[in-house]
Design a binder for this molecule. Structure first.
Ligand code: SAM
Length: 329
């Protein structure tokens, strides 16, 4: 079991396989994209598998594949296949925007993937285009259908953005009436890859809940699962549930069980930190697994207490304008 310097168990890793994306969500990256990493800057699948194998031996039980958009990286199913065979890994899951995902759903199910996070900020095709700058709404909805058809648990992630999709909150909640989905509203974070940074957040978790409660006064609080980043609710009679993730307010750091590895192999102890170790460079320097394990253990013994502390340290060093696609959302 991996325990950090604050007594928190670390058992969950988010592995970002690429920085590239086929959408241009304005809150995540500029319209022209980012300065994409070259192939050699990216971790290879072999390196990802080596690091994952070691980390699972050390105590990681759940791996979520993310990006960028995982399905824009060539042969992603090969990596998933190999990860799904790791001894000791209890759960393999993915976060995807759903643009290219539908044809892979049956194969994902066969590999044992039981849960997928699907990013969808609106149910309106025009607003989808305004937010993502791409005309892909139909493909995303097709992926949603396929996931449900294959009985894969779906968590819909919707970033709540003032002036952009507030009118979508209630239609998204309505989805839970007949579908067994969990619709999770996420506070917007200051990670859009350019110089714009939000000063605080206009729609924090309290305001989001107030908006929903205004229409559904009978909404009930559920008991949140261990390590949940969401406050979970259900409207009586609805099949699905509603979650609110205080990603900006950072109310969940006290039970943080997760680490991240970025596409270029940077280990992050926190979404808001600047990266604490480059495991790709270490592996390429020729070190063995015992040595790599020592580096990892040292990094886990220096975790910030919470996202505020991590951000403070990072701003002192660099500023906060990274994109979620390079962080691994
Ligand atoms: N491409 C995949 C997808 O769209 O799900 C995975 C990567 S994406 C960066 C992961 C998640 O981060 C998405 O749900 C996205 O909405 C969220 N995200 C990106 N930028 C964000 C921001 N500034 N604030 C809050 N969430 C953000």
């Amino acid at each position: 079991m991996l325990i950090d310097n604050h007594g928190r168990e670390i058992n969950y890793m988010r592995l970002a396989v690429t920085d590239r994306c086929n959408l241009r969500c304005f809150y995540c990256m500029p319209e022209d994209g980012l300065n994409w990493l070259s192939r050699t800057e990216l971790m290879s699948y072999e390196e990802m598998l080596r690091a994952s194998t070691l980390l699972v031996k050390m105590g990681i039980e759940k791996i979520r594949i993310t990006g960028g958009e995982p399905f824009v990286r060539k042969d992603i199913m090969k990596l998933l296949t190999n990860l799904s065979k790791l001894d000791g890994l209890k759960e393999l899951s993915m976060t995807t925007n759903g643009v290219l995902t539908a044809p892979y759903v049956a194969e994902m199910k066969a590999l044992g993937i039981r849960s997928v996070n699907l990013s969808l900020d609106t149910l309106d095709a025009n607003r989808f285009f305004t937010i993502t700058r791409r005309d892909e709404f139909t493909n995303v909805m097709h992926t949603l259908d396929e996931l449900l058809k294959h009985d894969i648990e779906v968590k819909i992630n919707a970033v709540v953005m003032d002036g952009k999709n507030i009118q979508d909150i209630l239609p998204l909640v309505e989805l839970t009436k007949n579908l067994r989905v969990s619709v999770r509203f996420i506070e917007e974070m200051p990670f859009n890859g350019d110089e714009h940074s939000c000063q605080g957040v206009k729609w924090d978790y309290v305001r989001i809940l107030n908006e929903i409660e205004g229409y559904y006064p009978k909404i009930k609080k559920l008991v949140d699962p261990a390590y949940s980043t969401a406050y979970n609710y259900q409207i009586p009679g609805h099949k699905g549930t509603v979650g609110i993730i205080a990603a900006y307010s950072r109310t969940f750091c006290g039970t943080c069980n997760r680490i991240r590895i970025t596409p270029q192999g940077t280990l992050k102890n926190c979404l808001y930190d600047d990266g604490v170790l480059n495991i790709k460079d270490l592996m390429r320097s020729g070190i063995n697994d015992t040595e790599l394990e020592q580096y990892l253990l040292k990094a886990f013994s220096h975790r910030a207490a919470d996202g505020w502390e991590a951000e403070r340290l990072r701003v002192e060093k660099t500023g906060v304008h990274e994109s979620m696609a390079t962080i691994g959302g």
